[in-house]
Design a protein around this ligand. Structure first.
Ligand SMILES: Cc1cc2nc3c(=O)[nH]c(=O)nc-3n(C[C@H](O)[C@H](O)[C@H](O)COP(=O)(O)OP(=O)(O)OC[C@H]3O[C@@H](n4cnc5c(N)ncnc54)[C@H](O)[C@@H]3O)c2cc1C
Length: 173
């Protein structure tokens, strides 16, 4: 899409799509803090890290999650990457504290699950491909097991139950 004007969406080929309401969901961007850091970054301002998730040229500055990516491979900005990197860093720091050298970080792509609304989801995992209501139930189970704390598991579960009975609550107070 090239640009959105009032009542018209202009595509690169010059075609326009008439519309009444546009809900624009743009991508995430780097924070000002990240932009101001004097370390090597890629073209979308993510910090580049070596195989130990260290900022190159520094001894003990590490970067993980959305704010960083590898020098060799562009990791997606997803919770899956952030969680694996977080686990790796706890392993790595414990190793270093014991005077050992940690293994390099290896990202393992576990696949993709996405909710597409109306109690339907998509699954694109190494051994499972699916769509529809059954995949939605699978997505919700996977989601719950991946939440880190028991508190969040309970909060999210009750939120789903509440939303299924009363509908989604969009009020903020
Ligand atoms: C709408 C949306 C939907 C998403 N859906 C999915 C999905 O379905 N699956 C998936 O895998 N990923 C999804 N993601 C991406 C996922 O949320 C991120 O990849 C993940 O949260 C990255 O974790 P992080 O710890 O790097 O960053 P974050 O979770 O963003 O945590 C960064 C933290 O740093 C804090 N912070 C920022 N600046 C400062 C500062 N100056 N001082 C102190 N603290 C600061 C922030 O408040 C925040 O708590 C989604 C993201 C969005 C926005």
């Amino acid at each position: 899409m090239k640009e959105v004007q009032e009542r018209t969406i202009l595509l690169h080929d010059g075609t326009t799509i008439p519309h009444g309401l546009v809900v624009w969901s743009t991508g995430i961007g780097p924070t000002k803090l990240l932009q101001s850091l004097p370390f090597p970054k890629n073209r979308v301002s993510r910090l580049l890290t070596d195989e130990f998730l260290r900022v190159p040229g520094t001894k003990n500055i590490y970067a993980a999650g959305d704010c960083a990516t590898s020098e060799d491979e562009n990791y997606p900005a997803t919770a899956q990457v952030a969680q694996q990197e977080g686990k790796y860093l706890s392993y790595s720091f414990n190793h270093i504290a014991r005077g050992k050298t940690p293994e390099p970080f290896r990202y393992k792509n576990l696949g993709m699950l996405a909710y597409i609304g109306d109690r339907r989801a998509l699954a694109d995992l190494p051994n499972v491909k699916g769509r529809g209501f059954a995949t939605f139930l699978f997505w919700r189970s996977a989601y719950l097991t991946r939440l880190v704390s028991m508190k969040n598991k309970i909060l999210v579960l009750f939120d789903w139950i509440k939303a299924s009975i009363f509908g989604r609550d969009i009020s903020s107070f």
